[in-house]
Design a protein around this ligand. Structure first.
Ligand code: BG6
Length: 304
């Protein structure tokens, strides 16, 4: 982006004392938000929430110290937006895993100071020849991010075409935790999941989730709040959701993290992904003219 474009962006959409556009790491353009409740940084590439930190707290999102910031490369951490498919493309092996939304530019459509001091930014995915080649459908998609005491992220897809569309999607959120040994994930007890580490075997979750090795699971038909109970940071992160029927829990552990090159040797101890998703048998079919919203609201509660 040229400096003139950055000026134009700021003239149109900055909010005095709350939101400014800047050149961020790797030359990526970011929206920097700071209000009475929290601070956040969002890259226009991918409409990617990179950081979110409520005032007086540890960051809620994990961003790898080894993340690579470059055009067309997904950022390791924060909230990558996976759309319009989750995981590998169902038939085209050469298409990017988790869709292209996380690596292409999004347009800023609107910014506003809302509620009691929250800051909202609305993005629309910018279609290009490349996106149209992989997804030749009239299906505008929006991401609405609200930064306040909670972080709210809403992904809205419309089917403006004349045939049904099948969408897989995830707000692939990386959470910052004190240490993987000091945390448990609650809210998925007594549900079924497909275990990607065991070739998609179908399994049953009895109690809370503890992570002591590679975990890569799609919990199906799960709509309840998830809680990450972090004894080290003495807080509970609550992930409330709407329009999402799958929850993905992922931690690559050591071997897989080593192969990825942007995780770092200790990264797997400081993070867990709890993803608000519609994946595998929970993909969404949108009839012509239909609109679908998937919303995650992330907040924290003290454990004291
Ligand atoms: O490295 P990527 O493409 O960002 O994907 C990370 C992980 O994302 C998770 O959602 C998947 O379930 C994992 O299988 C995958 O490894």
């Amino acid at each position: 982006m040229q400096p003139a474009d950055l000026n134009a962006l700021n003239q149109r959409f900055s909010i005095s004392g709350q939101l400014v556009f800047k050149e961020g790491p790797g030359g990526l353009i970011v929206a920097e938000i700071a209000n009475a409740h929290a601070e956040a940084v969002i890259a226009l590439q991918g409409a990617h929430v990179m950081t979110y930190q409520p005032r007086g707290q540890e960051p809620v999102l994990w961003l790898s110290k080894f993340a690579k910031f470059a055009p067309g490369k997904s950022i390791r951490g924060g909230v990558p937006v996976c759309w319009p498919w989750f995981g590998p493309h169902p038939s085209e092996a050469s298409y990017p895993a988790h869709g292209y939304a996380r690596t292409v530019m999004w347009d800023v459509l609107e910014t506003a100071a809302v509620n009691e001091g929250d800051t909202q930014i609305k993005f629309g995915l910018a279609e290009t020849e490349t996106t149209r080649a992989q997804w030749p459908h009239a299906s505008p998609v929006l991401l609405i991010v609200t930064i306040g005491k909670a972080l709210s992220v809403e992904l809205v897809t419309s089917n403006n075409g004349s045939t049904p569309l099948v969408i897989g999607e995830a707000l692939h959120t990386y959470f910052n935790i004190s240490d993987v040994a000091d945390m448990a994930i609650l809210g998925l007890e007594k549900t079924d999941y497909l275990d990607k580490v065991a070739d998609f075997a179908s399994k049953h979750q009895e109690g809370a989730i503890q992570i002591e090795s590679e975990v890569d699971r799609v919990y199906l038909n799960t709509e309840a709040d998830c809680l990450i109970e972090d004894r080290g940071f003495k807080r509970r992160i609550r992930i409330a959701k709407k329009g999402s029927r799958s929850t993905v829990v992922w931690n690559p552990w050591t071997e897989k993290a080593d192969k990825m090159g942007d995780f770092g040797p200790e990264g797997h101890r400081e993070m867990v992904c709890v993803e608000t998703a519609n994946a595998l048998e929970n993909v969404v079919t949108l009839a012509p003219g239909e609109r679908h919203s998937m919303l995650a609201v992330i907040s924290t509660e003290s454990l004291d």
